[in-house]
Design a protein around this ligand. Sequence first.
Ligand SMILES: *Cc1c(COP(=O)(O)O)cnc(C)c1O
Length: 226
Amino acid sequence: MPNVPTILQRLTAVREDVARAVKRAGRDPASVRLMCVSKTQSAEIIEETLAAGHRLFGENRVQEAQKKWPDLRLRYPDTELHLIGPLQTNKVKDAVALFDVIQTVDRMRLVEALAREIRSSGRAIRLMVEVNTGAEPQKAGVLPSEADEFLRVCGETYGLPITGLMCIPPAGEQASPHFALLWQIARRNGLSELSMGMSGDYEQAIQLGATCIRLGTAIFGARISV
Ligand SMILES: *Cc1c(COP(=O)(O)O)cnc(C)c1O
């Protein structure tokens, strides 16, 4: 097969594209981080990405991440790993042990379980709240109308280190209004981190203030399953 780009080539092309988008938005390059979403990718593919110098990764399943990452992290200890998929309360202990950031805090029962586990483990993990910006019934995330109160309780009642917000806009809709809404909620709650933008819409996300864009397909090609 001629000219199938390597991970390094794809990563380089994506980095250049991101840099152009950041420049067009008039933003500081250091203010936008590129996350490789390595769900469904093998440990070998991930290792190639690490060897290419990348260190920020997202996984959407705790069990899948547990199979791939402990070994990789031993060899690349400066890796930063985020959970970007739903977290069940019975997986909280494993998630707190493995991830540096959980981006998908979305309900009080989970907040309680996380607070307990963070206290007993002493792990300095950071948390972000997922907002269901499209108020989709089947989707995880706190409703926009409930986000302020949710964030207040996380901080005041549980003392949790919430650093920002994440969202996954509804499929088939313009993403920009959802990114703008997330930005507003973050701003009025004094939060600085915004995880938004995927392979198809990261340019708009950068324009609207994303500090972490989450790219899978753009780096690894189409996934066989999600
Ligand atoms: C899979 C996934 C991504 C990456 O999506 P691509 O379209 O492949 O870039 C980003 N965020 C979340 C939460 C995901 O589950």
